[in-house]
Design a protein around this ligand. Structure first.
Ligand code: NAD
Ligand code: 2ZO
Length: 491
């Protein structure tokens, strides 16, 4: 309730940039209080060109450094993040509304990602292939050039790190555009890279929404776009990139299933369902919002999950005891509450929550809070079961057999994540083999160690973030043929 952001939030050529003759600004709100946090200066074509140019010139030198040289700077950036963990987490809370406990975990994930790719940078290597008569070929893994990152509002700092770390490790430079709702922390990462020794223009921030994003995607000097956000926007990004045959990574939405079999450990299954639905006020792409529970276990599961959901402490996200903060905006809160109303009308039973929540502290009264909700008696045709709500709303469904559960779980155009709880090890692996999802969890949910690839099947996306595979998404392979004898000409 006391923070006013007055410093410029755009960043290129190694410094924060105040836009000359700014033509468009947007208000940014503090979700916990509803106060205006800052007036965001939006980048147009002049500013986008400046940022891309800065990235282009940094790329010339950076792409010729060794992996070890890049690793050195990235390790220093990770060290600075570790030292600034608390202040980055606090400002993330102010801008996003999530609890301080979760914000600290996001900052840690960002740091670990940069550390991990610092390690990967020095392992990048090609292959040597022996050919007849002493001739040979070799391959080079070369960077793509200027990469663009476009982020969603639910994990602002973490997304900026998950995109920049592999891009920079592979020798690319980046222009990153955060969501205009959460513009404040990505620029801290830009400052940190610069302080760690990154050349001017290596990692730049342009602020804005759809129009700024369009300018970036169409820019002729941009080689690749890595996007995190909704499916409709992802389709537009892919279409724009097709004009320049640019590579894309798309991390899109989900409506993921969580299958709980009757032989599961009840305590762990309930904890898993809570982790699958209520992190970050339910605003998580990978959330397992369709919770299928085998019929024999349903009564005890519901009793325990509702009891624990009612116990979730909601309120000031900066307090250590708070487990659920504010949703990101007033319109988004209204949209989520609208889904609960519609679920009720379509026959679901609201077992708890789903109401606006007004904290006692007067400074929080304008914040965007709601009570976490569990919906019972859900059926597959209900809107709450079919559409991504992106809020703290768990839909519980029951099932009889494994075959039936798999058919229903896979009946979605999306395929980001899926989970299974069971004590039968054979069943666990059989089930995940059949689940049509990019990230599957057995007896846990929503953990994303940075050394493990993350991404979706079907309309949930293209490409992967994290893990070694990302190197393939941020480099291109050159093959070089070397003739050691004479040319065998047919002419
Ligand atoms: N799979 C993942 O890793 C992942 C992670 C987080 C969020 N998400 C998804 O993101 C969505 C919520 O985030 P959101 O509301 O910010 O998504 P969104 O699609 O509205 O916006 C995402 C970003 O795209 C920008 N944008 C919007 N229109 C654009 C255009 N035409 N051209 C270029 N850029 C454009 C926005 O300004 C923002 O920076 C949910 O669907 C969620 O599942 C996915
Ligand atoms: C760290 N989480 C909670 C798995 C979130 C991954 C990124 C998606 O929104």
């Amino acid at each position: 309730g006391t923070v006013d952001v007055k410093v410029p939030l755009n960043f290129w050529c190694g410094d924060r940039v105040k836009i000359k003759d700014v033509s468009t600004t947007e208000l940014v709100y503090e979700p916990a209080t509803g106060r205006v946090l800052c007036e965001l200066e939006i980048c147009g074509s002049v500013e986008v060109n400046q940022a891309v140019q800065a990235a282009q010139s940094a790329y010339q030198a950076w792409s010729r450094t060794s992996g070890m040289e890049r690793a050195h700077i990235m390790i220093e950036a990770a060290r600075i993040i570790e030292n600034r963990r608390e202040d980055i987490a606090e400002i993330e809370v102010v801008n996003n509304g999530k609890s301080i406990t979760e914000a600290r975990m996001d900052v840690d994930s960002a740091r670990l990602c940069i550390e991990y790719y610092a390690g990967v940078a020095s392992t990048l290597a090609g292959q040597h292939v022996q050919l007849p008569r002493g001739s040979f070929a070799y391959t080079r893994r070369e960077p793509l050039g200027v990469c663009v990152g476009i982020g969603a509002w639910n994990y602002p700092f973490q997304i900026a790190a998950w995109k920049s770390a592999p891009a920079l490790a592979c020798g690319n430079s980046m222009v990153f555009k955060p969501s205009p709702m959460t513009p404040v922390t990505a620029v801290l990462l830009a400052e940190i890279y610069a302080k760690a020794g990154a050349p001017e223009g290596l990692f730049n921030i342009v602020q804005g929404g759809q129009e700024t994003g369009n300018l970036l995607c169409h820019h002729p000097d941009v080689a690749k776009v890595s996007f995190t956000g909704s499916v409709p926007t992802g389709k537009k990004i892919m279409e724009m990139c097709s004009k320049g045959v640019k590579q894309v990574t798309l991390e899109l939405g989900g409506k993921s299933p969580l299958l709980i079999f009757e032989d599961s450990d009840l305590g762990n299954a309930v904890k898993g369902a809570l982790m699958a639905n209520f992190l970050s006020q339910g605003q998580v792409c990978s959330n397992g919002t369709r919770v299928f529970v085998q019929r024999q276990m349903l009564p005890e599961f519901l009793e325990e999950v509702v009891r624990r959901t009612k116990d979730i402490e909601i309120g000031d996200p900066l307090l250590e005891s708070t487990r659920m903060g504010a949703l990101v905006s007033r319109p988004h809160l209204d949209r989520v509450l609208g889904y609960v109303d519609q679920a009720r009308k379509e026959g679901a039973k609201v077992l708890c929550g789903g109401e606006p929540f007004v904290p006692l502290d007067p400074k929080l009264r304008g914040g965007y809070y709601m009570t976490p909700c569990v919906l019972g008696d859900c059926t597959d045709d209900m809107t709450c079961v079919k559409e991504e709500i992106f809020g703290p709303v768990m839909s519980v469904l029951s099932f009889e057999t494994e075959e039936e559960a798999l058919l229903r779980a896979n009946d979605s155009a999306l395929g980001l994540a899926a989970g299974v709880f069971t004590s039968d090890v054979k069943r666990a692996h059989r089930v995940v083999e059949h689940l049509k999802a990019g990230s599957c969890f057995i007896n846990n949910y929503n953990i994303t160690p940075v050394e493990v690839p993350f991404g979706g099947f079907k309309m949930s996306g293209i490409g992967r973030e994290n893990g070694q595979v990302t190197v393939e998404h941020y480099t291109q392979m050159k093959t070089v043929f070397v003739e050691m004898g004479d040319v065998d000409s047919l002419f």
